[in-house]
Design a protein. Structure first.
Lengths: 219, 83
């Protein structure tokens, strides 16, 4: 009885919020995208020809740095929660899954590199490539756990910090000749591609560790 | 095309209702994964291709894998897990 009343209350509250948001949407003035003109005007100096990548890694690179920091903080939070008891990792080793992962994993790696490099002139970029690569690592972990059991904890930690560290190092490098994370022209292309490459590897390992560390470490 | 948009919207609302009200957590997780997929289609229709890519990889893929893994864990060791 009590939960029924609670459900009704929550539902009516959600409906009320829905109506309020819809009315707010209709009351809104016409949105003028003034910022888009600035982006298109400054796109030739950004070093890449895709607007989203230019915003993420050049115009608002500091925000992306903060995002990477947040992902790293979440990893640290997961590390503090040690699993109390280890349960046997699921392992589906048979001919079908072995052939599947042998065909799929190289394809996933190739595809994520394509998305990474294609990010400079089309949709894609470091975060999408990292997510794809992390999915590949998770599939590999589920099917062939012993392929990843040789990885050392210390070398993994270097990979975890490498993305954030490289980003900050580039920031300090640009600080010597201007302001923090300010680059344009040819050097910007170099910086963006190198930051994205390091970020992809680091974020992919971090995202895969979210999955693996939630129940058991790599070993 | 507008019919597809309306269909996607109603699918999203229906799925979110099911996620909020269903009792069995396995069904909730599967519904959540489908919700992520439909949401990435909505991003595609809005022209935000980067968001669609990230949504389908992170929202549907990795979060779904995490949820299903947690359910397996609970089935083996959780005391309060029902069904």
């Amino acid at each position: 009885m009590k939960s029924k009343l609670f459900h009704t209350l929550v539902l009516s509250g959600a409906f009320f919020l829905f109506v309020v948001l819809c009315s707010a949407l209709f009351l809104l003035d016409r949105f003028e995208p003034v910022i888009a003109e600035d982006i298109i005007k400054n796109l030739p100096y950004s070093g890449v020809s895709h607007d989203v990548t230019a915003v993420l890694l050049n115009f608002r690179a500091l925000d992306t740095l903060m995002e990477v920091g947040v992902i790293f903080l979440a990893l640290m939070a997961i590390y503090t929660v040690k699993p109390h008891f280890r349960y046997k990792p699921l392992s589906f080793e048979n001919t079908i899954t072995n052939t599947f992962v042998a065909l799929l994993f190289p394809l996933i790696v190739l595809c994520s590199f394509y998305i990474l490099y294609g990010g400079s002139y089309q949709s894609g970029g470091a975060f999408a490539a990292a997510a794809l690569l992390a999915g590949g690592i998770i599939v590999l972990r589920l099917v062939k756990p012993r392929y990843l059991s040789d990885l050392q904890e210390l070398s993994l930690r270097f990979v975890y910090v490498s993305g954030l560290l490289f980003f900050i190092l580039v920031g300090i490098w640009t600080l010597l000749s201007g302001s923090f994370l300010e680059y344009r022209g040819d050097i910007a292309t170099f910086f963006i591609i190198s930051i994205e490459s390091v970020l992809t590897l680091s974020l992919a390992v971090i995202l895969a560790t979210y999955f693996i560390n939630a129940v058991q470490r790599f070993k | 095309m507008i019919m597809i948009d309306i269909l996607l919207l109603f699918l999203l609302i229906w799925l979110s209702y099911k996620i909020a009200t269903l009792k069995d957590i396995f069904r909730v997780s599967v519904n959540f994964i489908v919700f992520g997929m439909i949401l990435s289609l909505v991003w595609l229709r809005l022209g935000a291709f980067d968001l669609a890519l990230a949504e389908v990889a992170l929202g549907a893929g990795i979060t779904g894998a995490l949820l299903l893994d947690t359910i397996t864990f609970l089935k083996q060791y959780g005391k309060d897990y029902e069904k």
